[in-house]
Design a protein. Structure first.
Length: 262
């Protein structure tokens, strides 16, 4: 039968094992340091594992595959992990069944469902709430956290890419009109995030030759300079020599301290 099922790109897989923990059906295992699908009939195709992968190695595809067999999954989990794993799987299946009845169902972690938001050419302020005037967002896609975005996502194509420090949007009220309008964006913190996969993932994103430029708005604090270094590594990994890079340093007061082409 033709159905949704997980696909793993072994070149992107770093063997972290997050997807194995994220799969309630026990359909994945580490083999020789790479995530593997144990059996096709153990995967229900819902994709809870997708949002746990930091490198974008997991995607859901539609192809000919053995039908999902919940009975076989229960036997497998009982034998390998015990009764608590069976209970966990049954709870997950209840959520999956409910989600399949939602017209907005998607394959993957609910918080990381890919979406694009249409923007008008001239954004208009939203209606005032009380005495507060709410300005419209310039964000055109979701997700934005670098661990969650997928290389090859359509919202990256034909746009400049902003690699934003986590603190930047809080420090500067100008971020939306200065950086986000008409661009795609990813967000990360070089000090607090696990950045081991960041350069490789950005490198995969930047292989899209329709991305002409990368802009790095980062904070003036020294640790934030690591974000610039990650992007420089990513450009090298992309194999491109035609891409422009701009670094903007934001003060903790939100002011633009400096801007340079790297």
């Amino acid at each position: 039968m033709k159905r949704k099922i997980i696909q793993i790109d072994e070149e992107l897989c770093d063997g972290c094992g997050n997807c194995i923990v994220g799969c309630s059906e026990g359909a994945l295992a580490l083999v020789d340091g790479k995530a593997k699908l144990v059996k096709e009939n153990f995967c229900d195709g819902f994709g809870d594992c997708v949002g746990t992968c930091p490198t974008g190695a997991l995607v859901i595809e539609e192809r000919e595959a053995d039908e999902f067999d919940q009975g076989a999954v229960k036997e497998h989990l009982l034998e390998t992990q015990g009764i608590e794993a069976v209970w966990r799987m049954e709870e997950a299946q209840k959520k999956h069944d409910a989600a399949h009845h939602d017209e907005h169902v998607h394959l993957g972690c609910p918080g990381s469902r890919m979406r694009e938001m249409e923007k008008t050419a001239k954004p208009q302020p939203e209606p005032a709430v009380g005495n507060t005037q709410v300005m419209p967002s310039e964000l055109t896609h979701w997700p934005v956290q670098l661990h969650l975005v997928q290389p090859g996502a359509p919202f990256f194509s034909n746009k400049e890419l902003v690699v934003m420090s986590t603190c930047g949007p809080l420090a500067s009220a100008d971020v939306h009109w200065r950086y986000l309008r008409g661009r795609s964006v990813v967000v990360g913190c070089p000090k607090l995030d696990d950045t081991r996969t960041y350069a490789a993932k950005l490198g995969q994103i930047l292989k899209d030759t329709s991305i002409p430029k990368v802009i790095v708005p980062r904070m003036e604090v020294p640790c934030c300079g690591g974000l610039t270094m990650i992007v420089e590594q990513a450009i090298q990994l992309s194999g491109r020599s035609d891409i422009e890079m701009q670094e903007d340093v934001l003060g903790v007061d939100g002011a633009l301290r400096s801007s340079r082409n790297v």
